[in-house]
Design a protein around this ligand. Structure first.
Ligand SMILES: C[S@@+](CC[C@H](N)C(=O)[O-])C[C@H]1O[C@@H](n2cnc3c(N)ncnc32)[C@H](O)[C@@H]1O
Length: 229
């Protein structure tokens, strides 16, 4: 994750940003060459430029393998919109964020780029309890703190389709990418480094064979928290 954020105007992960709206726009050239335009604002993550970690994830990430994909922490939607375009009409993208301004932008950006019917933008408590996901892509909110981040990742990785589901996470090296990779691996999700690019690691994470049924081992105790089952 980039250190370039909407602070000190307020946390980009506030449910309702207090900072006044100041609409803007950014352009993003997707790795396949397509240029997309995305509406942004203050009070959302990296609202004045596409985050370099997000760019690294889109460049280094694999093919989109649906049919069900999730962008965990979608912000204004650069990843969610790119996944829908890249995956084609048979791929459904769940775009999830705590920040209501970010969610509104993500929905508007999906609409403006012709993929509104593929991108479902929701708050975390609107995600169906029985959702099974084939692929997760995320530039996760490292700054919410390690316990909350671990809790978020456990909740989502447990939604991966058992045996075949995968996740792609971009994390800045100096914000703990390697220790996060070790923690994930210790929890029972096989985690490897897909790529290293400009200070970012792209982590490739595999679903456990049995899915979120408590079969993973207990980890190394680094987080001191339990899987929420
Ligand atoms: C590093 S930003 C990435 C935003 C966007 N995907 C991008 O690449 O520009 C992480 C996002 O996670 C969101 N977030 C924080 N806590 C969350 C949670 N518990 N569930 C879902 N999203 C969360 C933040 O509001 C923020 O938009």
């Amino acid at each position: 994750m980039s250190s370039h954020q909407s602070e000190p105007d307020g946390h980009y992960f506030s449910p309702r940003p207090e900072v006044a709206s100041e609409p803007g726009a950014v352009e993003l050239v997707l790795p396949e060459g397509r240029l997309i335009r995305l509406a942004t604002d203050r009070g959302v993550f990296s609202g004045d430029r596409v985050d370099p970690g997000t760019r690294a994830l889109l460049v280094e990430g694999p093919e989109v393998t649906g049919p069900v994909v999730a962008d965990v922490g979608c912000g204004y939607g650069p990843i969610a919109v790119a996944l829908a375009l890249r995956g084609g009409p048979d791929v459904q993208v769940w775009a999830v964020d705590v920040n209501e301004r970010a969610r509104a932008l993500c929905a508007a950006n999906a609409e403006a780029n012709g993929v509104a019917d593929q991108v479902r933008v929701v708050a975390p408590d609107e995600v169906p309890a029985d959702l099974v996901v084939d692929q997760i892509w995320s530039n996760p909110p490292i700054r919410i703190g390690k316990p909350a981040l671990h809790d978020l990742l456990v909740r989502w990785l447990d939604r991966l389709r058992p045996g075949t589901g995968t996740a792609e996470l971009v994390v800045q090296k100096h914000l703990g990418a390697d220790s996060l990779a070790k923690w994930l691996d210790d929890q029972g999700w096989r985690t490897t480094r897909r790529a290293s690019r400009g200070g970012y690691r792209i982590l490739h994470v595999r679903a456990s064979a049995a899915g979120g049924d408590g079969s993973r081992d207990g980890g190394d105790g680094e987080s001191g928290e339990e899987s929420p089952k």
